[in-house]
Every structure is written in C-alpha cells, then in structure tokens.
Design a protein around this ligand. Structure first.
Ligand code: FAD
Length: 292
C-alpha cells in the first residue's frame, strides 16, 4: 500500500525509522531490532540514506530485505547528495524493481560538516522538490518529504521555510515527516502555519526520546534548534543519574506523543537509532492509555 493513503486513514499510523548498518555487529543489531519491533505491527518502517550518500547500496539492500523477508512495509529514504540524475534514476529503478513504492525524498547534507555549503552535483538536482518530481515521473511512488518544526537551519526565516515546504508538496509529495522536536507546541505551530498557507499535506511528527544527556546536544545539532530550556533544566538536575535521565526521557516522550494523538496527528514516526527497547516502552505507555 501507499503510505500516503495509510496516513489519510482515520487512525494514526505508527512507524519506525532505522539506519543502514555500518558493520557486521551493526547489521546483527539492526535485524534483531527489526524482528523485535515487527511484533508491534507498525504501519510502516523507514530506512535512512547515509549522510553524503555514503550508504546508497546498503539502504537499497536493507529496504529490499525488509520487503522480501518480513511482514513490514518499508520506505526507503533517498537523498540528492553527490548523485547525478542518472545515478538517482538508477537507485529509483532498483527500488521499483524490488517492489518498493514508498520513498522519502530529502536533499541530504554535505558529507563531513553538515553546515558546509551545499554543492549540487554538476549533473544532479538542487532541492528536495526536484527529487520529488524525479520520483513522480519515474513511476507509481508515494513520496514523502521532510518538515522542520523550528524551520530548516538553512532557511532565512519561518515564512520562506513554509513556502519552500509547500513547493515540495505541490511538486507531488503525499505526506511529510518532521525532524525530531521535544515540545508538542513546536509541531502544532508548524501544522498551523502550513494549513494557514493553504496546504493540507499531512505532516507526521518524528519523535525520539532522550535516553542520555549526550542525546540532548546531538538533538540540538540535528534539529537546528536549542533544546527547550524548561526541559533541559529538568534533565540537568538529574544529570548524574543515568536511569533517572532515561526514565524522564521516556516519560516526556510518551506524554508528548499522547498530546499529539489527542491533537489528531496523522501518525507518529519513531526514530529508533536501531534499538527497540526505548521505542517499545513509549509504545507501551501509549497502548496502555488507549486501552484505559
Ligand atoms: P530541501 O527541501 O531541499 O530544503 C533545503 C533548504 O533549501 C531549506 O532551507 C529550504 O527552505 C530551501 N529551499 C527549498 N526549496 C527552495 C527553493 N526552490 N528556492 C530557495 N530555497 C529553497 N538526511 C540524510 O542524509 N539521509 C536521510 O535518510 C535523511 N532522512 C531524513 C528524514 C527526515 C524525516 C528529516 C526531517 C530529515 C532527514 N534527513 C536525512 C536530513 C535532511 O537531508 C537535511 O535536513 C537536509 O539539510 C534538508 O533536506 P530537505 O529535504 O528538507 O531539503
């Protein structure tokens, strides 16, 4: 099925994001995690595309294997970094050949320093919007794009960020998934400004619980926004208590997901970092609330 359609059904979808493994051990961990999370029967899973286009082959291979060896519906991420249009068409052809119909089209960041100037491959494309068009003209794909609650770090302001997001939707994106964020209001503001600009593309929140203090700095780097100060001080107060930090992270993430569901989000996309325990714990909190 097309993820764009699943996301438009009345009940929220639940999905998990994995990264292509970089080593033999990493591969074992990934497959153990996939098998453990498979039992939760998520609506779909996604496999990222390595920074700088580094894991092109592994992304396609893992996505193919999920499609053929599990009951899960996989979506491949695809980036434009370092690829000519011919190479992109080749990857898209391989995905189509493996029966993969769902792709998340993101521009990607430059290899090395993600804040370095973005240089287009001489025969490549410039924006995610172009990748969306390429996928649309290459076959029957349901195409997702990225959305940024705090605006993309490269965007000059919220207004241009919103307009550029809507361009990707108009180019043929069926749905969007957000960068991680830690306060429901950040998502709700994004949803409201996109709707106010006349765009009704469903936006699925992407979430990741804080499990250790190091996650906080990493999250700020990835999301391009400071970690919310009110939450930061709650973590800092218990920074020496690793179990306490983890518990607080899981509780806050569960509460945020519950609020998002109450606000009618089309789904929740969990960034798993290829581990199953934390995702399961948040999931169980939510399932317990649904049952209550
Ligand atoms: P774009 O939509 O192209 O936007 C990039 C910048 O250009 C923005 O500032 C935008 O406002 C601006 N812009 C867009 N169109 C125009 C225009 N026509 N004129 C002027 N300015 C314009 N990275 C990976 O390497 N691999 C992954 O698998 C991956 N998965 C991701 C999944 C999700 C859910 C998210 C949120 C991010 C993911 N990323 C991934 C990171 C992503 O590649 C980077 O954040 C990248 O910098 C932005 O990608 P984009 O698709 O939003 O770019």
């Amino acid at each position: 099925p097309a993820i764009g359609e699943l996301i438009r059904r009345p009940d929220p979808t639940f999905s998990f994001e994995f990264m292509p493994p970089k080593s033999r051990e990493g591969e074992q961990l990934l497959w153990q995690t996939i098998r453990e999370l498979e039992t939760l029967r998520p609506d779909f899973v996604s496999i990222t595309y390595g920074a700088g286009g580094s894991t092109r082959d592994t992304t396609v291979a893992v996505t193919e294997r999920v499609a053929t060896e599990t009951t899960l519906l996989p979506m491949a991420h695809l980036t434009a970094v370092g690829h000519s249009v011919a190479e992109l068409r080749n990857v898209i052809g391989r995905l189509a050949g493996a029966g993969i119909r769902n792709v998340l089209a993101v521009r990607g960041d430059p290899p090395g320093d993600p804040n370095a100037e973005w240089v287009r491959h001489p025969e490549g494309v410039l924006y995610a919007e172009d990748l969306v068009r390429l996928l649309r003209e290459s076959g029957d794909f349901s195409v997702g794009v990225a959305a940024f609650p705090y605006k993309h770090p490269r965007s000059a302001d919220i207004e241009s960020d919103t307009l550029n997001f809507i361009r990707k939707c108009r180019a043929g994106a069926d749905f969007a998934i957000t960068q991680m964020f830690f306060e429901a209001d950040e998502y709700l503001r994004l949803r409201d400004r996109v709707a106010a600009a006349g765009c009704d593309t469903p936006i699925v929140p992407g979430v990741m619980p804080v499990l250790r203090m190091a996650t906080i700095a990493r999250a700020a780097q990835l999301s391009g926004a400071p970690f919310p100060p009110g939450l930061l001080s709650r973590f800092e107060r218990i920074a020496d208590d690793a179990d306490g930090v983890r518990r607080l992270g899981i509780d806050l993430c569960s509460e945020m997901c519950q609020r998002l569901i109450d606000e009618g989000v089309p789904g929740i996309h969990f960034i798993t970092m290829n581990r199953s325990t934390a995702t399961r714990e948040v999931w169980q909190h939510l399932a317990a609330n649904v049952a209550a």
